[in-house]
Design a protein around this ligand. Sequence first.
Ligand SMILES: Cc1cc2nc3c(=O)[nH]c(=O)nc-3n(C[C@H](O)[C@H](O)[C@H](O)COP(=O)(O)O)c2cc1C
Length: 334
Amino acid sequence: MKSYQTDSINNLHKISVAPMMDCTDKHFRMIMRKISSRALLYTEMIVAQSLIYTKNKEKFLNYNSEEHPLSIQFGGDNPQILKEAAKLAQDWGYDEINFNVGCPSPRVCSGNFGASLMKNPTKVAKCIESLKSNCSLPVTIKHRIGVDQEDSFDKLNNFVKEVANAGADRFTVHARKAILKGLNPKQNRTIPPLKYEIVKKLKQMNPDLLIEVNGGFTNIYQCIKALNEFDGVMVGRSAYKYPLIWSEIDQIIYKDNKKIKKASEIIFSLIPYIENHLKNEGETWDICKHLINLVQNIPKAKIWRNNISSRSIKKELSIDYLIKMTSELKEMGF
Ligand SMILES: Cc1cc2nc3c(=O)[nH]c(=O)nc-3n(C[C@H](O)[C@H](O)[C@H](O)COP(=O)(O)O)c2cc1C
């Protein structure tokens, strides 16, 4: 498969949809791709070691060709294993590799990777070098502004410089620190305060590096403002929970002159995809668990979602019924 070459790395990263475990699977990414043909999408984090040792590589690596531009995110701390994973990512046709040094999950950190790796910049640099040595894809990194007590600006700046010297092509900085003892992953996405000013200072001190900001963005206008200071904005929970809020990305950020899609248009356009998934022994819920989020903030949205969810979970949702419900949305103008 050929890598997606039409956009340069500078264009790709203006807006991206964050990697999120149990959310940004290939079905959600297909939905998001119907909303924006330009935003950079990420896989969920894939543990490099699991990928290398499994016989079923397709399970981790398969995606739909429409999903480009697509970044594959790896977690890990073993340079040799990451090197092998990089080759697989390239062979599979991904556009970019992202290395996760921001995940605060105890399970991940007990394996000494994820956010705890930020305490060891030299090791992270080795991982980046290894990833880069075995592929020609851009290799980017996602990290926090600090971890536990290691949260001074100097530490962050030194971390970024060392990793940049190893060849990292872009830095996505979640603008809050991770607290590894005492907070669970969910709390680590809300309790440590967002400090955009630290990421701003990082960009000012390193103007030649591509620095993307992440954390707390809930609408496109905040992103436009942030793009005055940063090279890109990554949006996570808001894009997952309210995907349609992001329906103007192509028009506003990328100046594409095309019509903004309504919820019903997006769902109709996904029908062949859902039919195909069913033919391959998939379940409607695999897709509908994400798709229902397209119907928000409109009259009777909750009833619509409940109707689809309950049938889909019970494996009783037919394509005809989904079309009927979507036609109702269309008649209401959504
Ligand atoms: C359910 C969930 C799963 C996540 N999984 C990952 C992951 O696999 N890799 C990663 O780097 N970050 C992960 N994150 C963190 C997000 O990528 C992002 O950094 C965080 O949600 C902050 O951005 P937001 O405020 O726009 O949501 C996850 C977040 C959520 C809510």
